[in-house]
Structures are given as structure tokens and as C-alpha cells.
Design a protein around this ligand. Structure first.
Ligand code: GTP
Ligand code: SPV
Ligand code: MN
Length: 667
């Protein structure tokens, strides 16, 4: 029997000063020791210099490196990471310039319980929670308490012996009026290489900052005094804390090197900080994909969609439609910044420049464009590795059509280094469920021609959705904007491996607007903000829909005794059929009928041509609205609103809930 313990594969060794570019290491009273020349230091604005100097003193690294984002710098960092065994180069001929990182087994996902928004008053951050209930829509700590914790307990000497990297980055195209600049300080070269993919990073940003003396979001990140199990992946899981200070546009993240915990441009800046800025400035920062949809006649519309983490955004954003003549192009797969322009059109940009996507489930069948994109310049994290004739490749669950794990010539090492085969004692999964690829957006063959347009793309429809095994139909449309905001507020979904807390819960959890972990201010005020969009003069409001690809049924497996939960809807490329219906509805085509919960497809109006295995009985089940389940649903929504939003709740949302309950009673 294999013991499930973490193999100590890596012996402790350190590399002094991995890239001294100038033999002259500078050291004077106001310039931290640099690995570069002083020209690089003088590239920073005065405000940036002051920020870097303060944090350098606090964290005590051995030196500073200001990132220029060049290919040369990237190569040096990758080489260094290979030497440290943080990453391994993929040598299989399928891959070009691709790497695999294996993390500490305790640093594998976002940590929602350790993520805080810090303001003066608690009511700015969380709506009044009912006595006895615990807040589920974010954690608050006072600025003073958090400052004390960070400055005295977490960051002092946290970068001891390491290099501090300063990463100037732009969320959105450099120089666009919609973009936001950040400077991330980090002691993780893996984070630098990932930020180079996920954001516009380096010299162009420094130049722009100098030219326009632009403000920046301060982002401090440290892996911490390592308490982890691997020398190759320092981290401090027990003491991890991720803090946001919206009042001073600052983010501090300690103890984790993973994903949204450490790539601070993503969830921390582009959602939590940005949602607060958006409220002040009259726009929306949302956890949404953006896709372009072209019909067979060549007419194009753009759709934004909010699904919780690991609920299908990336896959929808870059899908290959199964229905002939339709085309999907991708603008973004995770975050949308949207505002109404002077013509009243809602315009969206994707602030990111890469995809940090869930690996398991990605295959030529489910997401072929994505699989083609990740063949070069990609950093994989926590997928399994294959060894064929000494050449390293990758594997994850769902990739079985491309890699046969039963082939005796292929040796598979699971994400945690343990030898894996489908019949071995190690039960798997071989790839961690939250294993990811990090790949440049420009490599996607169906990237939308307008994906970097600083004006943004015009949004015709907004979809909400989640993982709902029952109750919620395949698709329905809200009656109007206010009802649509209520639909977003009422979202529930099964928890996933994208957060550490997302272990096997058996009931759907409330995840309004797919923003539960990402609100930068209180949910009640957020709802007021969404409703206020309706009152802007001359706005053309997009239609709002709800979709659910994940309804299941218990079926007996044809060749096995046991019953299995199976998805009723084939999903992936077949979701284009639902997009077709949405497209028609944005043209106000007469393909909808009214129901208690919203507008549903008229019988026969959902295109199921060619879906021969989908029986009439299954189609009926996909749209079934069991009264008792909906009664329970509205009970849960009411309880959630009462517990988590209280007096912050706009009256109109209560009215929507009352009206829904009445319509269900009349069903
Ligand atoms: P984050 O990056 O965490 O925000 O996730 P995401 O919302 O982008 O989800 P993603 O598209 O990566 O999908 C997550 C998982 O759901 C993957 O394992 C997919 O294979 C699976 N999935 C996505 N779309 C569908 C679908 O239409 N049907 C089914 N059955 N599974 C899907
Ligand atoms: C999510 O969890 O929604 C992600 C992954 O996109 S992370 O970047 O870790 O937030
Ligand atoms: Mn996401």
C-alpha cells in the first residue's frame, strides 16, 4: 500500500544572486541594493520609489529587481526556477517553452476564509449580518488591526535571503483610459513569470507611468517565512492572509504563492479593488467572461457571463459551436470591466492578457482551441506529468483521449509527485482538481479581433449561471433589468475546488453574481449600484438570462450495477444551442413563453437538431420546474437575504422575491 505522504524530492540548496546584470551592485542610503543599474531605479516615479523603499525596508530582502518584462528577463527567471526545481521544463515534442510547477500540497487554491477587505467601518465591507449568522459574503477587519498584523507579525523579514521583484503592470491595454496600473512587489519569481502572461507588464508600463505620472494600486506579496514542506515552493499556509485596503488602493498578500492569492492583478485588483472604484466612478467590475457570437448570416453580438469559479466560464468563452454556421470568439474568460458609453451602450473590456484556466476536463472534444493554445509559452501548475522515453509531458483527468494512462510505456507522476496509474493504490485524481494552465490570450486562435480595443465591445446579453443538479432549468430569461438583478442576487451553485474551503458540500451555496469571494464592498450597496444602471439617461440595457449546464439525474450505468449521477445536457460546444436562443431573444424574436420564474423557450424553439441521443423526455426534464423545489429555493433565498443583507437590501429586490413566491404558489 502506498503511503499518501509528500515525497521530499528536493534537497535544500540556494543560489546566491541569480542574475547580477551589473557587476556594480548599488547601495546608497536611498536606493535599495539593486541587481541592475541605477537607471532602472530612476525609471520609477517618485511615488513608486517611495512605496518600494518602504516595503523593501519592511520585508528585508537581500536585493531588488525592477522588472522590465523582456524576453531575456523571463528566460533568466525560468532558468532560475528550473534550477530551484520549482518548475520543470516539458521536453515532449508537443510543447514549446512550457513548464510544470508543483506546489506545496497546502497551497493549492484561493483561501476565502483568510481574505479580508479592510475599511474603517465594518458596514462598508459587509452588509449587516443577522445576529447569530456568520458573514458569508466576505471578511472585514479594521485597517488598524490589519496594519498591525501585517507590519509586526507577517511582513518583517518575510523576504529574508530572497530577491524582491517590482512588477509594474497594467490591467487593460497600457495607456487606455479604462485601464488601471499596479505595482506588485513579490519574492516569488514564479509569480513574476505568471504576471508576465496574465497582465501587460514591464517597461511600457514604467514609461507610461513616468509620462503621465499615473497613480498605481500598491500590491505587496510575500511567500512568507517558509513553513511549507518543499524548498522549491516556500509558503506559510497557517499564517496566510490576503488584505485589501480600498480606501488607499492597496493590497497585501502573505503566505501563499498560488493563483488568485498571489497574482494580485487578478481577483484582488481587477475585482475587489476595482469593484470599489467602479462603484465610485459609475461602472461595473465583474467576474464574467466576454464572448463574441456570430450567426450564420454574419451578424455579431457580444455576451458577458458570470458563473462561479470552476463553473464553465473559460469553456464557454472559447467554445467551438456544434451548430453549423455559428462562430464564437473570445474577448476574456474571467473578468469584465463594463461601462455605459455616451450612446448608452454597455461596453466591456477584459483587463487581463492571459488565461489562468482549470486544466481537468479540457480536451480536444470539450475545448479544442484552448488545448491548442496551451502547447507553447504556458506554465502548468499541479497537473500530472508523463514520462515517455525520458521526455516529460502532461496529463489530467479528461485528457484520456489524448494520453492513455493505461499504456505501460507511459509513467505518470501525479500532481504531488506520487506514481500514478489507473490501477495503483493511489486513488487519484492524478491532476489536482484545481490544477491550472497559465497561457497568453494572444495564442488563442479564436481570440476576438476587438479583444484589446480600448473602447470595449458592446454587450447585448448578460448570463448568470451555476452548477445546479436540480431545480434550475437549462435557460430562462428575466422579465426586465430589475428582475435580472434579482436573478443574479439569488444565484446558488455547488462549491468547487477553486477555493480551499470548497470541499464536498452537498448543497448549493449562495454565490450572488458569482462574486461571493470577490466583493470589494457590501453586497447590499452592490445591488443598489446594479439597479442604478437602469436610471442612467438613454441606456440600452442588455437582456439578462440564467443558464444551467449541470442538471443531473441518477441513472443506472449501462455496464455496471451502481447508479450514477449523470448530466442531462451534453454541455461544451452544444451550449451554442442555448446561445442561439439567447441571440434570437436579443432580436426580440417570438421564441419565449412566460413561466413563474421568467421567460423560457417556447416548445420546439431550442435548436436540438442533430442531438439524437437527447430524448424528448430528457428535454422536458431540462426545463422542469418542480413546485416543491422552487418553494424551497425561495425559502433559501429569503433566509440568505435576511441573514446576509438585512436592511441594506433594496426594497425592489424584496418586491421581486415576493412576486416570485406568489407566481410559484399560483403554479
Ligand atoms: P475559474 O477559472 O475557476 O473561474 O473557472 P471557470 O468558470 O472558467 O470554469 P471552466 O470553464 O474552467 O470549467 C470548470 C470545469 O467545468 C472544467 O472541468 C470543465 O471541463 C467543466 N465544464 C465546463 N463547461 C462545462 C459544461 O458545459 N458541461 C459540463 N458537464 N462540464 C463543464
Ligand atoms: C477563480 O477561482 O475564479 C479563478 C482562479 O479564476 S484564481 O485566479 O485562483 O482566483
Ligand atoms: Mn475565475
Amino acid at each position: 500500500m502506498l503511503r499518501l505522504c509528500w515525497p521530499r524530492q528536493i534537497s535544500r540548496f540556494s543560489l546566491a544572486n541569480p542574475f547580477v546584470w551589473s557587476s556594480r551592485t548599488l547601495s546608497s542610503s536611498n536606493v535599495p541594493p539593486l541587481t541592475q543599474t541605477s537607471a532602472q531605479w530612476n525609471n520609477l516615479t517618485e511615488a513608486a520609489q517611495e512605496y518600494v523603499r518602504n516595503k523593501f525596508t519592511l520585508c528585508g530582502p537581500k536585493e531588488l529587481h525592477i522588472c522590465d518584462g523582456s524576453a531575456r528577463e523571463n528566460e533568466m527567471l525560468l532558468d532560475y526556477l528550473v534550477k530551484r526545481r520549482t518548475i520543470e521544463k516539458l521536453t515532449h515534442s508537443n510543447f514549446e517553452n512550457c513548464y510544470l510547477a508543483r506546489t506545496d500540497p497546502h497551497d493549492i487554491a484561493r483561501v476565502e476564509g483568510k481574505t479580508f477587505v479592510c475599511t474603517k467601518n465594518k458596514s462598508d465591507t459587509v452588509s449587516p449580518v443577522k445576529f447569530g449568522a456568520s458573514a458569508s459574503l466576505g471578511n472585514w477587519m479594521s485597517e488598524e488591526s490589519m496594519d498591525f498584523l501585517l507590519e509586526h507579525k507577517r511582513f518583517p523579514s518575510s523576504m529574508d535571503g530572497r530577491t524582491m521583484y517590482a512588477i509594474p503592470f497594467s490591467m487593460g491595454p497600457v495607456g487606455s483610459p479604462l485601464s488601471k496600473i499596479g505595482i506588485q512587489l513579490t519574492d516569488s519569481p514564479y509569480v513574476v513569470c505568471s504576471m508576465r502572461i496574465m497582465t501587460r507588464m514591464g517597461q511600457a508600463v514604467l514609461d507610461h507611468m513616468k509620462k503621465s505620472n499615473s497613480d498605481f494600486v500598491k500590491c505587496l506579496h510575500s511567500l512568507g517565512r517558509s513553513q511549507g514542506m518543499l524548498d522549491s515552493w516556500p509558503c506559510d499556509p497557517d499564517n496566510t492572509v490576503i488584505a485589501h485596503f480600498p480606501n488607499r488602493n492597496e493590497i497585501c498578500s502573505y503566505g501563499s504563492g498560488y493563483g488568485g492569492n498571489s497574482l494580485l492583478g487578478k481577483k484582488c485588483l481587477a475585482l475587489r479593488i476595482a469593484s470599489t472604484l467602479a462603484r465610485k466612478e459609475g461602472w461595473l467590475a465583474e467576474h464574467m467572461l466576454i464572448l463574441g457570437l456570430t450567426n450564420p448570416q454574419g451578424r455579431k453580438k457580444y455576451i458577458a457571463a458570470a458563473f462561479p469559479s470552476a463553473c464553465g466560464k473559460t469553456n464557454l468563452a472559447m467554445m467551438r459551436p456544434s451548430i453549423p454556421g455559428w462562430k464564437v470568439e473570445c474577448v476574456g474568460d474571467d473578468i469584465a470591466w463594463m461601462r455605459f458609453d455616451s450612446n448608452g451602450v454597455l461596453r466591456a473590456i477584459n483587463p487581463e492578457s492571459g488565461f489562468f484556466g482549470v486544466a481537468p476536463g479540457t480536451s480536444m472534444k470539450t475545448n479544442p482551441y484552448c488545448l491548442n493554445a496551451v502547447r507553447k509559452n504556458t506554465i502548468f501548475t499541479n497537473v500530472a506529468s508523463t514520462n515517455v522515453d525520458g521526455l516529460t509531458g502532461i496529463f489530467w483527468e479528461g485528457l484520456e483521449d489524448e494520453v492513455n494512462p493505461e499504456d505501460e510505456n507511459i509513467r505518470i507522476a501525479a500532481w504531488n509527485g506520487i506514481r500514478y496509474s489507473p490501477n495503483s493504490d493511489f486513488p487519484g485524481p492524478a491532476a489536482h482538481k484545481n490544477s491550472r494552465f497559465c497561457t497568453p490570450a494572444s495564442q488563442l486562435e479564436i481570440i476576438d479581433p476587438a479583444w484589446e480595443d480600448p473602447e470595449g465591445v458592446p454587450i447585448d446579453a448578460i448570463l448568470f449561471g451555476g452548477r445546479r443538479p436540480s431545480t434550475i432549468p437549462l435557460v430562462y430569461e428575466s422579465f426586465d433589468w430589475t428582475h435580472g438583478v434579482f436573478v443574479g442576487a439569488s444565484m446558488r451553485s455547488m462549491a468547487t475546488a477553486a477555493s480551499i474551503e470548497g470541499s464536498a458540500t452537498t448543497r448549493p451555496v449562495h454565490d450572488p453574481f458569482a462574486m461571493k469571494p470577490f466583493f470589494g464592498y457590501s453586497f447590499g450597496k452592490y445591488l443598489h449600484h446594479w439597479l442604478s444602471m437602469r436610471d442612467k439617461p438613454g441606456v440600452k440595457l442588455p437582456k439578462i438570462f440564467h443558464v444551467n449546464w449541470f442538471r443531473t439525474e441518477r441513472r443506472r450505468h449501462p455496464h455496471a450495477e451502481e447508479m450514477k449521477e449523470v448530466f442531462l445536457w451534453p454541455g461544451f460546444g452544444e451550449n451554442s444551442r442555448v446561445l442561439e436562443w439567447v441571440f434570437k431573444r436579443t432580436d426580440n424574436e417570438d421564441v419565449a413563453r412566460s413561466s413563474a420564474i421568467g421567460l423560457m423557450p417556447k416548445h420546439g424553439s431550442l435548436n436540438v437538431k442533430g442531438l439524437d441521443e437527447l430524448t424528448a423526455d430528457t428535454i422536458e426534464k431540462l426545463f422542469m420546474l418542480p413546485k416543491s423545489e422552487w418553494q424551497l429555493e425561495t425559502e433559501k433565498i429569503r433566509e440568505f437575504f435576511l441573514n446576509q443583507v438585512g436592511d441594506d437590501m433594496p426594497q425592489e429586490i424584496w418586491d421581486q422575491l415576493d412576486a416570485l413566491e406568489q407566481r410559484i404558489e399560483a403554479m
